[in-house]
Ligand binder design. Structure first.
Ligand code: V07
Length: 255
């Protein structure tokens, strides 16, 4: 079904909403581990970085589609705290991808009313990477459509230890007592404090683990895995993940 919706003050955009999905129950927040880029390249006799580049193109397609389907937040695991251990040339290439991506795609993100955010310690990224990301955050900060949240230099255990340190400091100064610490307080000290918890986690390329991604936040999320490598992931598979999500009976523990 094609629906015309006003998406900026001045323009009307035609969005693509295929049949089959229940548009009243689209997951509000989808998180994705975009795995298999290196293996995709290797299978083609190409260098790993070629897989990363191809994967970046898929990010653009999925952002468009998530926005069309009415997803409110999309969190993408772009670079983990462990990824620094990769060869220097690969890390350097990865650090250019945000610059490349935003250089060609920021105008469309602005047009589509997408808001760019990050989680992770971005202060440790090289200046050219940080500058491009900060510009995108700044120029999309007034947008109120899809939140496009990139996890960059992100590690969940580090995030949680950091939350513990911040809360412990408050206990030390006497601002709160240890017995007053709650789950809500802990959550409010995570990078994701302004986001809803993910409803759905997608991981590509056949691996079925969390790899230090959103350990706390995924406590009640549905997990969806595919053997497909990220560079081969597409709109139809994204829809399949949402379709399967909608067909699972959701239970939050207990009865
Ligand atoms: C990266 C492409 C997707 C596959 C997984 C790894 C490689 C988009 C970004 C990006 C990040 C911030 C931003 C805009 C775009 C990105 C890295 C790697 C480090 F504001 N794709 N992508 N960043 N890959």
């Amino acid at each position: 079904m094609q629906i015309k919706i006003p998406f900026t003050k001045s323009k009307v955009q035609t969005i693509n909403r295929p049949p089959g999905l229940d548009y009243d129950h689209i997951p509000k927040h989808v998180a994705i581990i975009m795995d298999g880029n290196g293996r995709w390249a290797k299978n083609r006799g190409m260098p790993r970085i070629a897989g990363h580049k191809e994967g970046m193109g898929v990010v653009k397609k999925i952002v468009r589609h998530a926005s069309d389907l009415g997803v409110q937040a999309l969190t993408l695991y772009a670079f983990s705290t462990e990824n620094w251990k990769r060869p220097k040339n690969e890390v350097e290439f990865l650090m250019k991808l945000p610059v490349d991506f935003l250089g060609t795609y920021l105008p469309e993100l602005i047009e589509r009313n997408v808001q760019v955010q990050t989680i992770g310690d971005v202060s440790l990224l090289p200046p050219h990477t940080r500058n491009a990301i900060e510009e995108a955050i700044e120029r999309t900060s007034e947008n109120d459509g899809l939140i496009l949240n990139f996890a960059l230099n992100y590690g969940s255990r580090y995030e949680m230890v950091n939350a513990v340190k911040e809360i412990a400091a408050k206990v030390e100064t006497g601002e709160i007592s240890a017995s007053e610490v709650t789950e809500e307080m802990f959550s409010s000290h995570l990078y994701t404090s302004d986001l809803l918890e993910p409803d759905l986690l997608i991981r590509t390329s056949g691996e079925q683990r969390l790899s230090n991604f959103l350990l706390w936040q995924l406590a009640y999320s549905e997990f969806w895995f595919t053997e497909v490598y990220w560079p081969d992931f597409d709109e139809a598979l994204f829809e399949k993940a949402l379709y399967d999500y909608q067909n699972r009976k959701r239970r939050y523990g207990g009865i």
